[in-house]
Design a protein. Structure first.
Length: 397
């Protein structure tokens, strides 16, 4: 199947699953994690395995397909899309592992789900054949249904109090993968937005992680024999961070759809005409549409450009990464502005919990709090466009 055909097939699966996702959205908010029927349907559709190689039973889709499917799901429910982006993107980490480890995570269980967190770093103490890992990580989205978890760790020598450092004096970081049975979920996720993501803290204590399930951050290239496709040389942040822009655009498009539909029958108090007929709303709507469409177009342009370069055997340049980072931030911030325009146009009735607009507002504000697309990233992008190295080394992977 050609990749364009795959994209249309996956988008058709999103449309088919939309009623089920909507049916459980309120319960997911109350329970603070996705409901089992939704997770099972996403597994059946292959949505957690979009970046897993064909040889391991995955879909191995191109990056733009990943972004478009994530956005399509976010138009239905932001928490579902967030878990898909997070778990689906983290599946790429298996590219850096030995073949046996990748097989154990993705090959033996066709319904495996990965969760993961990078901060604060855990502690990995060198041991024969691997590391003894302990840590408590925050924002572990999707951990409730995960079968494997990834945690970033500083490396320590046995008995040392300070982490091991590279020649530049930077603490050495490894990514440790361990099965769900070895981790404990700490119930901390009591929030206003993205409530159903189940982004609790997770803990492990003195767990032995074999070398095969460890890779060194900033020091490894994809090494598994099933990960030779150019997809696994695409910028790592293009799967772990910048798709947040796709989630945000989906939320914004849902808000635009909702207020457009509402405008046909809503007459603001004291007005003899519907919202649709009022010049202020017409201006608000057009601004929101322009924000979303222009941001989407640029984000897709960058994704396509970097993918074509990567597929052709080249590596994304420093400037490519700077613009990619900026396009992701721009998409998220533009989506925020669009949602706020739609919410303002909805008037007092938009504040009721039964109105979808209030959830869109809560979810988009939760999305914008992620450090990967925070306002600080404007500074980071500017530094890179000026040829200055970024503080965040993930942008260079």
């Amino acid at each position: 199947m050609a990749r364009d055909d795959t994209r249309q097939e996956l988008l058709a699966r999103v449309e088919k699953l939309s009623p089920l996702i909507r049916e459980y959205a309120d319960q997911g908010e109350r329970e603070r994690h996705l409901m089992d029927p939704v997770v099972a349907a996403l597994q059946d559709a292959g949505f957690f395995r979009m970046l897993v190689p064909w040889d391991l039973g995955g879909l191995q889709v191109d990056p733009l397909t990943f972004y478009e499917v994530i956005e399509a799901v976010a138009r239905v429910d932001a928490s579902t899309a967030w878990c898909m982006f997070n778990s689906g993107g983290l599946a790429i980490s298996a590219a850096f592992l030995h073949d046996d480890a990748a097989d154990a995570i993705h090959g033996r269980d066709p319904r495996s789900i990965m969760s993961g967190t990078l901060y604060p770093p855990g502690r990995a103490v060198s041991s024969q054949g691997g590391y003894i890992v302990s840590g408590r990580w925050v924002y572990a989205s999707g951990c409730w249904h995960a079968s494997w978890h990834l945690g970033a760790c500083n490396v320590y020598e046995p008995g040392a109090n300070e982490p091991r450092r590279d020649p530049a004096g930077i603490p050495e970081i490894v990514m440790a993968h361990f099965p769900r049975a070895q981790m404990r979920i700490v119930d901390t996720w009591d929030v206003s937005g993205l409530s159903a993501t189940g982004s609790h803290d997770v803990m492990v204590e003195d767990v032995f992680v074999p070398d095969a399930f460890i890779w060194k951050f900033m020091a490894e290239a994809p090494r598994g024999r099933r990960f030779r496709d150019p997809l696994y040389r695409f910028p790592l942040a293009g799967f772990l961070r910048w798709p947040i822009g796709a989630v945000a655009l989906g939320i914004a498009q849902a808000a635009i759809d909702e207020i457009t539909q509402t405008s046909r029958g809503k007459s603001p108090r004291g007005s003899a005409t519907t919202l649709r007929e009022q010049p202020l709303f017409q201006s608000q709507l057009s601004q929101a549409v322009a924000l979303v469409r222009s941001a989407r177009s640029w984000l897709h342009e960058i994704v396509t450009s970097v993918w074509e370069k990567t597929a052709g055997g080249d590596t994304a340049s420093f400037d490519d990464r700077a613009l990619f980072n900026l396009a992701g931030v721009n998409a998220t911030r533009s989506a925020l502005s669009a949602v706020e325009l739609a919410y303002a146009a909805g008037g007092g009735s938009a504040n009721y919990r039964k109105n979808p607009l209030q959830r869109h507002v809560r979810d988009i504000h939760a999305v914008t709090q992620h450090i990967g697309i925070a306002p600080k990233q404007y500074e980071t992008s500017g530094r890179m466009l000026l040829g200055v190295q970024p503080d965040d080394r993930m942008l260079l992977l």
